[in-house]
Design a binder for this molecule. Structure first.
Ligand code: PMP
Length: 357
């Protein structure tokens, strides 16, 4: 099966195999070595010297961790949404009692920094800005560097909280350079791992916010993670098998070089879009904001994504994703994170060209 959804992504054979290694004591020295080594590797990928914590949970758990560890009830936050996952981030903040100001952009577009400026000027009390780096539901990448230049350089004392679930380890992300306060991500995307782990990093400014934050937390309390990290442990029983896999995946990513990993994603993103256009489809977002981890494609007029997806599965054993929410039948998505090669994309193009002809 050619699994081309935007996560979970196919996991390389050797990484899968490490997960069948026997269990180890999660409070012993062998685990401590793995925890310290993987945390260092994660810091390199995040581009940060700040602490990175490894959680057992999915991307949504990581988003919840961002919110409950930095905010207090009644805090005013700006929730930038360019799709389903941006909306989710704002929803979590609201459920925990934040006072959410919504900046909802048209599906298929990236946020424009003037829109952010307008919101921050109109609501000077905004304490935090929530943003999705790469919106998987619409195949759009926001310009995080540009956003940070506005939020962190033109304004003072604002937390920049980033959902990097489908960007970190695939798209250039430099946490310290871009002054992001928290970045969260999840294992089933560019990390080439199965679902189940989430990684999250906190700047000094975010840690100060943590100290004042009054939102309820227990499992995702990063104070607990920090306390146990000093002992070479996680507070709760970790997903040991996934830690073995993470150790090997990071070894491979770092050996290749993170900049090379970014270049590869750029190349395969471009290749996929070019091929899709060549056979007569159109890309949902504009080229300049199109994501290099997932390509969102318009379903031809009068047809529906469900039918296209079934055709691809039945005839080509290619698994594609539908749109989400209102876009469900209008677009379909091709994932190309991790070690995706042109040979993985070619059968997709072959099938799609038969579908459209
Ligand atoms: N944010 C983004 C950008 C995502 O792509 C996803 C997963 N597709 C999530 C958040 C939620 O992650 P999970 O499904 O792992 O909870």
């Amino acid at each position: 099966m050619n699994l081309r959804i935007p996560g979970p992504i196919p996991v390389p054979e050797d990484i899968l195999e490490t997960m069948s290694n026997p269990m180890i004591n999660h409070r012993g020295s062998e685990f401590k070595d793995i925890l310290y080594r993987t945390t260092e590797g994660l810091k390199t990928v995040f581009g940060t010297k700040a602490p990175v914590y490894i959680l057992t949970g999915s991307g949504t758990g990581a988003m919840e961790t961002v919110i409950v560890n930095t905010l207090s009830k009644g805090d005013k936050v700006l929730s930038i949404s360019i799709g389903t996952f941006g909306e989710r981030f704002g929803e979590i903040a609201k459920i925990y009692g934040a006072d959410v100001v919504y900046l909802k952009c048209l599906p298929g577009t990236a946020v424009a920094v003037d829109q952010i400026r307008n919101c921050l000027d109109e609501h000077p009390g905004i304490k935090a800005v929530l943003v999705t780096h790469n919106e998987t539901s619409t195949g759009v990448a926001n310009d995080l560097e540009e956003i940070s230049n506005v939020v962190k350089k033109e304004y003072e004392n604002k937390l920049l909280l980033v959902d990097g679930v489908s960007s970190v380890a695939s798209l250039p992300t430099y946490m310290d350079l871009w002054e992001c306060d928290v970045i969260s991500t999840a294992s089933q995307k560019g990390w080439m791992l199965p679902p189940g782990l989430a990684f999250i990093s906190f700047s000094d400014f975010a840690i100060n916010a943590y100290k004042k934050s009054d939102m309820p937390k227990f499992y995702f309390d990063i104070g607990q993670y920090e306390k146990y990290f000093k002992m070479g442990q996680t507070p709760w029983t970790p997903a040991v098998s996934l830690m073995f896999a993470l150790d090997l995946a990071l070894e491979q990513i770092l050996k290749e070089g993170i900049e090379n990993v970014y270049s590869r994603h750029k190349e395969i993103g471009q290749f996929t879009r070019n091929q899709v256009r060549r056979i007569g489809f159109s890309i949902f977002p504009e080229e300049k904001v199109a994501s290099n981890t997932v390509t969102a494609v318009n379903v031809p007029d009068g047809r529906q994504s469900g039918e296209l997806i079934a055709f691809m599965k039945t005839n080509y054993d290619v698994v594609l994703a539908a749109g989400q929410g209102e876009l469900k039948e209008k677009i379909f998505r091709i994932g190309h994170m991790g070690k995706t090669t042109r040979n993985d994309i070619k059968p997709v193009i072959e099938g799609l060209s038969k579908y459209i002809s």
